[in-house]
Write a protein that binds this ligand. Structure first.
Ligand code: TXA
Ligand code: MG
Length: 319
């Protein structure tokens, strides 16, 4: 369905959720496809709408530490991170409480639940209005680019979503960082908007290496993810004439098929533009019959780690 403004319609969106439906909600990272996390059928509809493999668990969005503690054993380390980074783009994976009322589908067979308190007034208002925790993956078909505008949701999911809350572009533009808390050990399952340096500064110690990868621990760990239709070539300083170009900083191109993530080389600006620009170049490739997208090198510091992670997976061979 078509995007709509939220002010008059928040109540309608909330009733879609409490009725077991799906609402695309803005967050500070990307748009999420939200459903009542305590309703099995509603959560099942998320998997169906996304075409998502069942083994991928979902992030549950909460109003804060109090709600989080109903679903996860929040130990001192988990609380320390939540106090520092919530509301905000940090997802904390911790042990699922035996009496957690969220659907077993959100854990997808794991004994953990992933929780996040979004830093976005509309997302918070929706959770408050429904008084439910909201399961919400990114609001795109599984494996394709994440939506940072309401229009992207409509393009990707169309009538598979019951309601789209349009609150303009997402400020951060890259998904949350997912950390697993295991006792005092914290490891990054998916690089994201909170950097490794931010986490290590808060904890006062280095992060642990991610655990066994026999089962995908986060979808970002599937080789090919966030894929555009066009082929993507990385670390390119000079694109071919037949290629669209995703530039960064000084590494730019004045062809009509080039966009620069941030002329000033600002990684925050680059993250905010990332998915929208990749989408735009993907469309350009199709319309102008170009051979693919070339992308400039991005420094592997701060938010660059998350951007490079998305680029690497977008360029991986498709299965
Ligand atoms: O910024 C974000 O994180 C956005 C917004 C909407 O909050 N959400 C998002 O969700 O990116 P999604 O589903 O596209 O990616 C989150 C991933 C899951 O697919 C899953 O692999 C991982 O988080 N995850 C969820 N629960 C987990 C768990 N219990 N253990 C390990 N990973 C988990
Ligand atoms: Mg996603």
């Amino acid at each position: 369905m078509a995007p709509t403004t939220h002010r008059e319609t928040l109540r309608d969106a909330a009733s879609v959720i409490t009725g077991g439906g799906l609402v695309a909600m803005p967050t500070e990272t990307v748009y999420g496809l939200a459903a009542d996390a305590t309703n099995d059928k509603a959560v099942a509809r998320i998997f169906e709408a996304k075409g998502r493999p069942q083994f991928n668990p979902l992030i549950v969005h909460v109003t804060g530490i109090d709600m989080a503690e109903k679903f996860v054993e929040m130990n001192a380390t988990a609380k320390q991170l939540a106090v520092r980074f919530w509301p905000g783009p940090l997802t904390i994976v911790g042990p699922r409480r035996a009496d957690a009322s969220v659907s077993l589908l959100v854990s997808a067979g794991l004994d953990t639940v992933a929780l996040r308190m979004p830093d976005h007034p509309t997302a918070q208002a929706l959770i408050n209005a429904t008084r439910r925790p909201l399961a919400a993956p990114s609001a795109n078909r599984s494996g394709s680019l994440s939506p940072t505008r309401a229009g992207h949701v409509e393009q990707s999911l169309g009538n598979r979503v019951d309601f789209i809350l349009d609150d303009g572009p997402c400020v951060i533009g890259i998904e949350s960082t997912i950390v697993k808390v295991d006792g005092e050990q914290v490891s990054i399952l998916r690089a994201g908007a909170i950097t490794r340096e931010d986490l290590e500064d808060t904890l006062g110690r280095p992060l642990a290496a991610p655990g066994s990868l026999t089962k995908p621990q986060a979808p970002g760990m599937l080789e090919s993810h966030y894929a555009p239709h066009a082929q993507l070539r990385l670390n390119v300083k000079t694109p071919e004439a037949s290629e669209a170009f995703l530039g960064f900083g000084d590494i730019t191109d004045d062809s009509p098929y080039a966009l620069n993530l941030s002329v000033g080389g600002d990684l925050r600006e680059a993250a905010a533009n990332f998915f929208a620009y990749l989408r735009a170049l993907d469309t350009l490739c199709e319309n102008k019959h170009l051979n693919g997208i070339a992308a400039a090198p991005i420094p592997q510091t701060g938010l660059g780690e998350a951007i490079n992670d998305r680029l690497k997976r977008a360029a991986a061979p498709r299965s």
